[in-house]
Design a protein around this ligand. Structure first.
Ligand SMILES: C[S@@+](CC[C@H](N)C(=O)[O-])C[C@H]1O[C@@H](n2cnc3c(N)ncnc32)[C@H](O)[C@@H]1O
Length: 282
């Protein structure tokens, strides 16, 4: 029997711990014991592609020099949890809609409306934001003076996001009206986000644990859901503090419900609402 058909041995607890440490050091993500089977299947499938059958050798390969960094980008793409969907948490998106609508109504939108989607995965979150924001500009018959910068670690997720093409089942959480206005069917039966939205969204690779490398700009909205939950509390706090420095006065930070606990900042006020977890910059 060839090596490619052989079953690889089980990842030992020590090897699992070694991978967990590497992953946390490099991405902030903490794996739990329940992730062992997933990690093992992703690593062993990659090892099979490379013709390797020794976990320790593969670990050495990933952690060794420039070639190791290249291999790291391949394996991290497979390990990272990239689950997402359009309008995954509609109340948070509706809050952004009302926030912008209010600014437009009060004529307090002096500059462009700038948004970050952090941990954007394959783009559904960023395009959902683009849909609600675009609605507001179109409703007010204003030029679409807004921009969304979406960050993720995973190159493969970003490549999907940039294409902006999704299978029908992925678009099912988009309301009929949004679907009609903002998607168009492609010849292969999938659906593409219309270009007037795509040209407002810029997908870029960033590792949020290196938050000092984020662009030195201030934005109106930072949307970060289902990412902080993977990080230790001290790292979450550091990232949230960094986000605060990147918000314009009155800007908002939108996190996942329950994802932030025991964080307070003298410049940030939590919005009192049960359905969303949002902080407003003073
Ligand atoms: C579970 S998905 C969440 C996607 C989207 N925000 C949502 O709520 O549907 C988490 C994303 O965070 C990305 N990620 C994990 N660690 C990261 C890091 N250190 N810096 C940037 N992105 C990271 C993963 O690649 C993945 O695409």
């Amino acid at each position: 029997m060839g090596w490619s058909l052989r079953t690889l041995p089980t990842l030992t607890l020590e090897q699992f711990a070694q991978w967990c440490k590497l992953l946390e050091e490099r991405t902030g993500m903490q794996l739990v014991p329940q992730h062992k089977a997933l990690l093992e299947s992703q690593i062993s499938s990659r090892m099979r592609e490379l013709g390797l059958d020794d976990y320790d050798r593969y670990y050495q390969q990933v952690t060794n020099g420039a070639a190791g960094m290249l291999e790291w980008t391949v394996i991290i793409d497979r390990i990272a949890v990239k689950e997402t969907s359009f309008f995954r948490h509609r109340p948070s998106l509706e809050y952004v809609r009302n926030y912008l609508q209010h600014k437009i109504n009060n004529q307090s939108l002096a500059q462009s409306f700038d948004v970050w989607s952090v941990g954007c995965a394959s783009g559904e979150e960023a395009y959902s934001l683009a849909m609600v924001i675009n609605d507001c500009f179109e409703l007010a018959a204003l030029n679409p003076y807004y921009g969304i910068t979406a960050f993720d670690l995973s190159m493969s997720a970003l490549a999907t996001a940039r294409k902006g093409r999704y299978a029908k089942r992925k678009i099912e959480t988009v309301k009929a009206e949004e679907f009609k206005r903002y998607t168009k069917q492609t010849t292969d039966g999938n659906y593409e986000i219309v270009s007037r939205l795509r040209e407002r969204v810029c997908f870029t690779q960033a590792n949020i644990i290196n938050h000092s490398n984020l662009p030195g700009v201030k934005v109106d909205v930072i949307f970060c859901q289902n990412l902080l939950v993977y990080f230790r509390r001290w790292l979450r706090r550091d990232i949230l503090n960094a986000f605060t420095d990147h918000l314009k006065p009155g800007g908002i930070l939108v996190t996942g419900l329950g994802e932030v606990t025991e964080w307070e900042h003298p410049k940030m006020q939590r919005v009192s609402a049960d359905e969303v977890q949002i902080y407003v910059h003073e």
